[in-house]
Ligand binder design. Structure first.
Ligand code: GLN
Ligand code: ZN
Length: 839
């Protein structure tokens, strides 16, 4: 019999219960045992939901109070010394009594502490306060948090484990064993989930390694938060939704030298899971879908040879996802595991490749036919054809049916969307509905199609309805995309000519000063928007409120002496949602929350149809701001790649086509701004880098269309209109050609945390246009001094021509308070003035 299974379930709760519990605990409103009780209740509820959806086996250990990579670091005792926890402390009863994340703190299934049958000598686990200090830092001038960065090509951020050269490991948290026991005690057939050892090491960084050395390895993302930043990120400030750099391919790597010390700990966990009654253990190795060199492949071989020995009789389930295995297919098939999971949503073709390569007679295949990364209802018949094809070769016994990856990346339950457009709702499936699809498919495989004839008919009808719906298509939009010419993505003159005209028109000094766009979102501004949304105030009152805020921000900037002003973005809650709401082709959920990191969630728009702009979006606010001042005010727009990347995107046409449609809508906005007399327009593309494909071979094609889309936005502008762009991460080395090809007149980037080091690449590249390297980190409340800023600018001027430089913060000021922003900007302007005198 084929089994209906799942790789992982969202942890946050349909009502974001985990968020509430965590924030109450951090605020001191509930004690640790209440947090742990609520967490256990969520696990129980989610297992029950999965069983009711029809799963034969549920995952256990996939739950996390903050992040599963952090959990893994705790499991193997990789707690940096600055958090003041040592395993030797384990004998200390005071430590042992503290609530922990693993060995004893979690509640057992019967509501008692779960350590009842653990060996008496079990260490107490990593205390909760240490765990959260690693995740978020400690308050005030305390210990900074670990770095955080994007999980592969998703918008989920994981905590980057920090290892020492020569790091040793020991079993320090038995969370996975406890949660497996908990599931069993509640009567669930469960499969424990672990992050595999090779992927764990490749997600980590070695302390002291330079940023570029770490990036040359294979961390899939660039840091959203440096190890040096304040610990307050988890609370107030939004993630600089940074940017994943994407894996560079794994080269011979000092992290893999730590494998020998790590594997015995994994071996011990496997034995304990086996002793607790596990028959299968899932090991997630997403790095198997990336570009690997020989040492990395060898690390996989060594790892699985050793783990297979460590717990003979235990069955290892190796999970790969987010891409196809491609050239790692042979490697994956050669590992001594009993099951291999394939992401057939991302790479449906790999099933035939695997079958052709010859599946070893002892290997099960787990077929990820239901897309775990997107919200569309599965075409069940198409999925079933794939499953039936696999059954022909393997027989039903060796098949698991599953979503393509953990469901962490989709909202929990579509049924909660009671006010959603009913037609479009019929095209969707969230986590719960996806598991029901898995169950139907499994039943069809085991009992034949007629056993689920109704479900198949409903799926067929939904697929047909979506395909033929007029809601999906706008012929005029498609024709416009089809008619595009290369010249549409080209400005009339080359950058140097434009530069001369713009400088003359704008009358800017050396080292022009500006900001990235948003000013602090005060409680008053947030309240104004919320009341208007709820219909408590009318449009006129709302608009006057926004205008008053714009007046304040313009006056402040004039008083501070900034050169290029912004309107401050008080009308925007979110840089993608704001635009999506005013474009055709998007729908919005009420409860469709997806975890971004820790207690932070996002509610991505759902892009279901051809994109069109019914009318101007920002023009009235920008022109109002411009009417208040002689200085140039920037039009402020979100770019097409970022709107695409931070939405759930339709799967019925290539992403690049959808992106071109968005680009044309934003192009129209840009044209309107120029026609209204706006002289500078900024197109933010903070997701440009994270949208990069995971495999090197796919990147050139992506960069080509992404660059083209950006240029479609700006291509119709006159030479004298200055285009700014902003990207808030600091790994540009490998994409500088594409960045230059954007042909923006000015790029404003995050740079302060790298101490301007990233500019070396711009210097070497002889980057042709203006650059505004951020001179201070907006993630911290700290106010930089004039001297500090001058120092950074001097460094910048040693690499780039001073005439190329702009002066600005790292990112928008939305999450900061005026008490910090005013003095910081004052110092920034002062630093620019002093250097103008000197240079
Ligand atoms: N213009 C936006 C702001 O200042 C940019 C935000 C971002 O880069 N994430 O808030
Ligand atoms: Zn930014």
């Amino acid at each position: 019999m084929a089994l209906a299974t799942n790789l992982g379930f969202p942890r946050i709760g349909a009502g974001r219960e985990l968020k509430q519990a965590l924030e109450a605990y951090w605020d001191g409103k509930i004690p640790a045992d209440e947090l742990l009780r609520r967490a256990a209740e969520l696990r129980r509820r989610h297992w029950e939901l999965q069983r009711q959806a029809g799963l034969d086996v549920v995952p256990a250990g996939d739950f996390s109070l903050y992040d599963h990579v952090l959990d893994t670091a705790c499991m193997v005792g990789a707690v940096p010394a600055r958090y003041g926890w040592t395993p030797q402390g384990s004998g200390d009863p005071a430590t042992a009594r503290r609530a922990t994340t693993g060995a004893e703190g979690g509640l057992g299934a019967d509501g008692s502490a779960g350590s009842g049958d653990a060996p008496a000598a079990a260490p107490p686990g990593v205390p909760l306060d240490v765990y959260f200090a690693m995740a978020r830092g400690t308050p005030g001038q305390g210990v900074p948090a670990l770095e955080m960065t994007k999980w592969f090509d998703t918008n989920y951020h994981y905590i980057v484990p920090e290892l020492e050269p020569g790091q040793t490991f020991h079993l320090a948290s038995r969370k996975v064993v406890e949660e497996f026991r908990e599931a069993r005690a509640l009567g669930f057939e469960a499969r424990p989930v672990l992050l595999g050892p090779v992927s764990f090491l490749l997600l980590a960084k070695i302390r002291g390694a330079t940023a570029s050395a770490a990036a040359d390895g294979s961390r899939p993302g660039s840091a959203s938060r440096s190890a040096g930043s304040s610990g307050s990120v988890g609370q107030g400030s939004a993630p600089a939704p940074s940017a994943a750099g994407v894996a560079q391919g794994v080269s011979s790597d000092p992290r893999l030298a730590l494998l020998d010390g790590l594997l015995p700990v994994y071996g011990q966990v496997l034995r304990e899971l086996q002793a607790a009654g596990a028959t299968w253990v899932q090991l997630d190795e997403p790095f198997l879908v990336l570009d690997l060199d020989e040492p990395a492949r060898d690390a996989f071989r060594r790892t699985y040879a050793e783990l297979a020995q460590a717990a003979p009789g235990l069955k290892l389930f190796l999970a790969t996802y987010f891409e196809g295995l491609r050239d790692n297919l042979e490697l994956a098939l050669s590992l001594p595991v009993q099951a291999l999971h394939l992401d057939l949503a991302r790479d449906p073709g790999q099933l035939e490749q695997v079958l052709a390569a010859g599946v070893p007679p002892t290997l099960h295949l787990s077929l990820g036919v239901v897309d775990g990364r997107n919200v569309w209802r599965t075409d069940l018949e198409a999925a079933l054809e794939r499953l039936e094809r696999a059954r022909e070769v393997l027989g039903p016994e060796r098949i698991f049916v599953a979503p393509s990856c953990s469901l962490l990346h989709v909202p929990i339950d579509l049924e909660l969307e009671t006010e959603f457009d009913p037609e479009i709702k019929g095209w969707l499936a969230f986590a719960k509905q996806k598991l029901e699809e898995v169950a139907v498919l499994t039943r069809a495989l085991n009992e034949g199609r007629q056993a689920v004839a109704d479900a198949l008919a409903a799926s067929r009808a939904a697929v047909a309805a979506r395909r033929s719906s007029p809601r999906r298509t706008r012929p005029e939009v498609q024709e416009r995309v089809a008619r595009l010419q290369p010249d549409d993505a080209r400005r009339p003159s080359k950058a140097p000519e434009r530069r001369a005209r713009q400088r003359e028109r704008l009358g800017l000094p050396l080292l022009p000063t500006t900001t990235i766009g948003s000013f602090p979102q005060t409680p008053e501004v947030r309240r104004l928007r919320a009341r208007w949304r709820r219909g408590e105030i009318d449009d006129a009152t709302y608009e006057e409120g926004i205008r008053a805020e714009i007046r304040r921000v313009i006056r402040l900037q004039e008083e501070l002496g900034l050169d290029v002003l912004v309107h401050g973005e008080p009308e925007r809650n979110d840089m993608v949602e704001y635009f999506a709401e005013q474009l055709e082709g998007f729908a919005f959920t009420r409860h469709g929350w997806v975890q971004s990191y820790g207690s932070r969630c996002v509610k991505p728009p759902i892009l279901y149809g051809d994109v069109a702009r019914p009318g101007p979006i920002t023009v009235k606010w920008i022109t109002y701001a411009q009417s208040l001042t002689e200085r140039p005010v920037k039009g402020m727009l979100t770019g097409p790649v970022t709107i695409l990347q931070w939405s759930f995107v339709r799967d019925d046409q290539p992403r690049e086509v959808t992106c071109r449609q968005i680009a044309l809508a934003i192009r129209d906005e840009v044209q309107d701004l120029e026609a209204a007399g706006i002289r500078v327009i900024q197109i933010d593309e903070p997701a440009f880098r994270e949208a990069m494909p995971l495999r090197r071979a796919d990147r050139a094609a992506y960069l080509a269309w992404a660059t083209e889309c950006f240029r479609l936005v700006t291509g119709g502008l006159r030479d004298e209109t200055q285009v700014h762009t902003h990207m808030c991460y600091s790994e540009f080395n490998d994409i500088l050609d594409a960045i230059a090809a954007l042909d923006a007149d000015v790029i404003l980037i995050e740079a302060s945390r790298s101490g301007m080091e990233l500019l070396d690449a711009f210097g070497e590249h002889r980057y042709p246009s203006d650059v505004g390297p951020g001179v201070y980190d907006i993630h911290s409340p700290r106010v930089p001094s004039v001297d500090e800023i001058k120092h950074l600018l001097r460094k910048a001027a040693s690499v780039l021509d001073p005439g190329q430089l702009w002066v600005n913060p790292d990112c928008g000021l939305k999450t900061r308070r005026y008490e910090e922003v005013e003095p910081a900007l004052r110092h920034m302007v002062q630093a620019a003035r002093e250097l103008r005198q000197e240079w």
